[in-house]
Design a protein. Sequence first.
Length: 496
Amino acid sequence: MPLKTPQEVAPIVLWETQRTKGYPLVDLHVVPNHGRLSDHDARPMVDEEVPAYGCTGVYVDPGHGMRILRHDPGKQGNALDVEFMGNPVNHYGLQTRIAENHLVETLSCRITVEGGRFVVGGERVKIWGVNLCFGACFPEAKDAERIAARMAAAGVNSVRFHHMDTGRFPRGILDPKDALKLHPEALDRLDVFLDQLARRGIRANLNLHVGREASAALGLPRPNTRYDKIVGIFTPRLIEAQKQYARDLLTRVNTVRKVRYADDPAVAFVEITNEDSLFMWSAARDLRTLPEHYAGVLQGQFCRWLKGRYGSTQGVRAAWAKGSEPLGENLLADTEFKMPKVADHAARHWAAEMHDGCRLKVVHPPDHPKAVRLEIEKLSGGEDYDGQPGDDGVTVYLKPLDKVGDIVKALGDIRIQLYDLANPPGRNLVGEYHFPAKTVGDKWHGKLMTYHYTLKCPWQRGAPEHSEITIRAVFRDYLTGHVMSTQTTCTVRPPP
């Protein structure tokens, strides 16, 4: 163990409870006992120059007075490799022991499921992980070691590689020249990063399909959903593209670990597709408005399934219409309880009566919250629409907000202007876009934590000369006529 100067040693804080035993921190000459362990009541924190033995072990008991010592690997030049440990230290550092089965060799031990629980080597293991997204999944080698060490110090034992398929390298894993292929440097960086994580007992969760849009690269019609969601479930060419992506990634042999991703115990989890279903989020709307190409594919598959199950249209009707009957006229009048005050009492339909102090009172809900300001989400920016290198326009995520900052699904007329302000006046307008109120409803996306208008603005006058673009949005509320505006800047990648 290299001894550091006083300037390099972090201060040790002791809790005001029973003090630790008065022994030195480092004892340079300790003889192991018959059990091949250092003294059962380990006085020094570190034992050095212990006579070699073929299967040495360590027993650590610092006493009741000292809590767990922490060090920050981000503050030292050479982070130490830390083996993955099960749970050798309890919450207060009492009766701490490191046994042989606590040291897990990440090159050979897989996480498995027994009795509905994750286990490693027969012992239950809990997963506490974090997300890494986009380019953060591919750090340079000099950074990979420090990131892995910092995560291990925080107790992380799993990293979810999320949205790594959404962009082209360096923002993602895709090749800038061909979005159906994986970029070699991205894969090399991923090899090193997975190894550094594994050295510290941190296992990977690889997401196969999160944001990749293979439809553009394949030349298919543009779907009405982002990231090929829904259509990727049933479109044969998109399914085959997903299979090829999985093969290219999971059958790769890690250049550092010398094992295929599919066979590496450090790759503990694989998510086939993220947040994708025919029945979730805005699927009820998206299915009704599928572009003709995808609607035809889905209808054809469903009709073939129906024919195989029921044989004919008559068979479908017999099975699906059992016990049904046509709807009749609504028996209720004045279904909105407007209760018009007219001379003819029969025309009122409803009568507010009072009996023994009990009285019917009709209360109409207040008006819908009104939007008073706009906000352009931070994710707004350049986007690749055709699968070729460089952005083809700007996608704006626009949110109408009420007076307390809540999102309001307000209907209105929207105008977007894009400016390249690095150019002189007269040459700085990149494009103007109009989204009329009668059509803007299809642009609304209401999902978990994503409520906004999604407005795609392809280049109108060619790609801009500079990477910083100013977005200006103007919204006229359809009901109130109130006009709101806002602006922000974003970054784009002009085509080469």
